[in-house]
Design a protein around this ligand. Structure first.
Ligand code: CMC
Length: 425
């Protein structure tokens, strides 16, 4: 971070800081002390909440870089485990580093056996995200030896545990909902292959992993691995800023991700495509999305940062075709999605507001073809985003400028008044 310029506010100069790329930021940390005034920025549309070297997005150009590497290149040539290493450590691993990392993650895939009992406390029809929030938060009750956040070794063990256990936790949430026995992880499988087997396998039979499906799902995980200071990542950072343990912080991130404006959009997008059902009905839904008096929005469309095509959606659309070809299936909702995209991108409303398909628009079509129920979609997002969350959390804890997050407010409630006893009100 460098700062050569400054900006004048009131009678003082405030430093303007430059990152390696992207907009400069005005360092207003002394603003309140100097002026007695706060800034007002609901939704943080103009606020950089931290310094970070992990992920860069150029929303106008539709660029997403992890540690400098374009998402398209990572999706095509890398693996989710390699991207996890990259996000956590800053550089791509050499062969020995990668093997060691893979080995470490693989050795943390099992859950404490008592946690299986914990699952049985949930209703069978519980949403997998409800189970994920509960079980991930509960990890802090089981892994006391990795909750001391002042110890870098414990922080790394907790990070590895979270990344490794998330597929087991998500698969068990699914198994519980369908009434099938939990499957233990099998450590000779890949991260993603293991997850597929724990989800769709049964103890009575060998589970054969379809290589194209394994590759497609691994790519989906890469596309979801991190995304700068989005709502759930900011939630993880804010929770972590108080010194809370990493398991509790990631549970907070999962809770935030669940919402339909964020990770819940993949489930909502596929439900919407099913509701539209036929291409002839698309204009009706486009009209509804444009109607100010109708709360309906095109799910999987629009983004706070991307004002261009989300680069993840490009890869996602290509992956739909690969999965359909590999599994020799098709789905009429894909045709609805393609035509909806085409019509929306020609419509003045979407053009003027720069609303493009985002990562969630096509992901549901793929996940559904693989066999996941819609309720699992956001759980898969959480599984993959855990890598970003733990990398961001580690970065925050190691940052010497880190303080507890404590925004202020523009108070518009009553000013001080005297209490009136109930009989006099
Ligand atoms: N359909 C119709 N209109 C939309 C849509 C949409 N999907 N998205 C934004 N708009 C309109 C919105 O009504 C507003 O219009 P106006 O300026 O006339 O009031 C304008 O575009 C700007 O929208 P905004 O809500 O102020 O923008 P935001 O940056 O606060 O919201 C968003 C971003 C992603 C929450 C929003 O685009 C949205 O709700 N999209 C649908 C949900 C979705 O797909 N979410 C997944 C995001 S990507 C994955 C992730 O990050 O989790």
């Amino acid at each position: 971070m460098t700062g050569t310029n400054s900006i004048n506010i009131g009678d003082r100069d405030y430093p303007v800081l430059s990152g390696s790329v992207g907009p400069d930021v005005v360092d207003i940390r002394k603003l309140y002390a100097n002026t007695g005034k706060f800034t007002y920025d609901p939704g943080f549309t103009s606020t950089a909440s931290c310094e970070s070297g992990l992920t860069y997005i150029d929303g106008d150009e539709g660029i997403l870089l992890h540690r400098g590497y374009p998402i398209g290149q990572l999706a095509e040539h890398s693996s989710f485990m390699e991207v996890a290493y990259l996000l956590l450590n800053g550089e791509l691993p050499d062969k020995a580093e990668f093997d060691k990392f893979n080995y470490t993650i693989t050795r943390h895939t099992m859950l404490h056996e008592q946690l299986a009992t914990f699952y049985r406390g949930f209703r069978r029809d519980a949403h997998p995200m409800a189970i994920m929030c509960g079980v991930v938060g509960a990890l802090s009750a089981f892994y006391h030896d990795s909750t001391d956040i002042t110890d870098p070794r414990q922080r790394m063990i907790a990070s590895h545990r979270l990344i490794a256990k998330m597929p087991t936790i998500a698969a068990m949430a699914y198994k519980y909902s369908v009434g099938q026995p939990f499957l233990y992880p099998k450590n000779d499988l890949s991260y993603t292959g293991n997850f597929l087997r724990m989800t769709f396998g049964v103890p009575a039979e060998e589970y054969e992993i379809h290589p194209a499906v394994e590759r497609a799902l691994d790519r989906i995980f890469i596309l979801h691995a991190d995304h700068e200071q989005n709502a759930s990542t900011s939630t993880v950072r804010l929770a972590g800023s108080s010194g809370a343990n990493p398991f509790a912080c990631i549970a907070a991130g999962i809770a935030c991700l669940w919402g339909p404006a964020h990770g819940g959009a993949n489930e909502a997008a596929l439900n919407m495509l099913h509701e539209i059902g036929r291409p002839e009905r698309i204009p009706e839904y486009i009209a509804r999305a444009k109607d100010k008096n109708d709360p309906f929005r095109l799910m999987g469309f629009g983004h706070r940062v991307y004002k261009n095509y989300d680069p993840r959606a490009t890869v996602m659309q290509k992956t739909v075709r690969e999965v359909f070809d590999a599994l020799k299936v098709s789905d009429p909702v894909f045709e609805v999605a393609l035509q909806l995209e085409e019509m929306a991108l020609k419509d003045d409303y979407f053009v003027e507001k720069k609303l493009f398909p985002n990562v969630d628009f096509y992901s549901g079509v793929i996940l559904s073809a693989i066999g996941f129920p819609t309720t699992m979609f956001t759980a898969l997002f959480a599984l993959a985003r855990t890598v970003g969350w733990v990398a961001q959390w580690n970065e925050m804890i190691s940052d010497p400028d880190q303080k507890i997050g404590r925004p202020r407010q523009l108070y518009t409630g009553p000013t001080q008044r005297d209490y009136i006893p109930v009989e006099q009100r």
